[in-house]
Design a protein around this ligand. Structure first.
Ligand code: PMP
Length: 371
């Protein structure tokens, strides 16, 4: 289709900051084109250790506790494969990133979703986890700030969740890929930084979102040596190592690109403010995302399913968004709007969506504008 404004894909619209690209070019110029250690370049692992220590408050040894991966995607996969025995139950909150349930299934685990709701700001409650713990529970996957809802967890709730994990001896796989994109006024607390948690947490992070480096495919897993060793066994046979060029670029990103990251976050926040207000003006309830570059408006009052809404919006108004139930059944009645498009285009997209919603309200039986 032509003339489509995409609010669909979950990747920054910004090109990778120049100094990061320059580091990659320089690596090529120097002929740094070979394999690296399976764990990743020692220099990068030292950068990761100091970055995670500084911004997340957890210390990891670059020699034995950090593994560089091909994106958080690979880190997640090897973490699940290293931890899960067939039949283990793996808990995760939903709506959530699309890879969790299939990743668990591929590792012969049993996915156990824990629903979260808009009423609660899509926050995860320790009691909701406790209600689903059984003797087969093995691990809990967390993702805060959350794709697709933008939810974050406050310190009190994380502490309760941590206590629960200690009590039931759960491993935590914490996907914190959006951590830097937590908006001012909210605190990002890594569960790994809480007492008793470092030893049972696999911390996952990467450069895709904060540094607009999706195409570099660079992530990392930090965990106690025993867990890192277990993940290494999968990684060395499946992947060998991440690209050396991406690894050289990541050193630059982690060491010196805080300013660039903050400038991008500022833009995401402006866009978030604009789209949340626009959806609410259309009569579509939308909780304010506290992080990420997504908004998750509710569209059920239009009388359409998420899928029909997304398809008709695309066909009739040339705006792409993702149906909410792609992120689990709890996402039914919602759509995900990615604010990773220039403001000028977002403005046009919101006009188109408003026109579409108004038309639906006139023509669809059962559609209503909530008060
Ligand atoms: N985790 C979450 C929550 C994501 O949203 C994404 C990408 N959309 C990933 C992991 C994968 O990121 P990467 O590019 O580092 O593989």
């Amino acid at each position: 289709m032509h003339d489509v404004i995409s609010l669909g894909i979950g990747e920054p619209d910004f090109v990778t900051p120049w100094r990061i690209r320059e580091a990659a070019i320089y690596a090529l110029e120097q002929g740094r084109t070979g394999y690296t250690s399976n764990l990743g370049l020692p220099r990068l692992r030292r950068s990761i250790a100091s970055y995670v220590g500084r911004w997340f408050g957890v210390d990891y040894s670059p020699e034995t506790e950090i593994l560089v991966t091909v994106g958080v995607s690979e880190a997640l996969d090897i973490a699940l494969r290293a931890v899960i025995n067939p039949g283990d139950e793996i808990l995760f909150h939903e709506p959530c990133y699309v890879s969790y349930a299939p990743g668990i299934t591929l590792s012969h685990g049993v996915p156990v979703p824990i629903p979260t709701t808009a009423r609660d700001g899509f926050a995860l409650r320790a009691e909701a986890i406790a209600a689903r713990i059984t003797p087969a529970s093995r691990a809990l996957v967390l993702n805060f700030p959350t794709n697709p809802t933008g939810a974050v967890l406050d310190r009190t709730e994380i502490e309760k969740i941590a206590a629960l994990c200690v009590k039931h001896d759960l491993v935590v796989i914490s996907d914190e890929v959006y951590a830097e994109l937590t908006f001012p006024g909210h605190e990002h607390v890594s569960i790994a930084s809480l007492p008793g948690m470092r030893e049972r947490t696999i911390f996952l992070h990467g450069c895709s979102k904060a540094f607009a480096m999706t195409g570099f495919r660079l992530g990392f897993a930090c965990a106690p040596a025993e867990l890192t060793e277990a993940m290494m066994r999968v990684h060395q046979y499946a992947m060998l190592c991440a690209s050396i060029i991406a690894q050289e670029a990541a050193i630059e990103a982690l060491d010196s690109c805080r300013e660039e990251m903050l400038r991008m976050r500022e833009k995401y926040m402006e866009r978030r403010n604009f789209v949340v207000a626009a959806f609410r003006n259309m009569g579509l309830p939308c909780i304010e995302p506290k992080g990420t570059f997504y908004a998750f408006p509710e569209i059920s009052t239009t009388g359409l399913s998420s899928r029909d809404f997304a398809i008709r919006l695309l066909e009739e108004e040339r705006v792409a968004m993702v149906p909410g139930d792609a992120f689990g059944p709890g996402g039914a009645g919602y759509v995900r709007c990615s604010c990773s498009t220039a403001m000028e285009l977002i403005e046009v997209a919101m006009e188109r969506i408003a026109r579409f919603v108004d038309r639906l309200r006139v023509s669809t039986p059962g559609a209503h504008r909530p008060s």
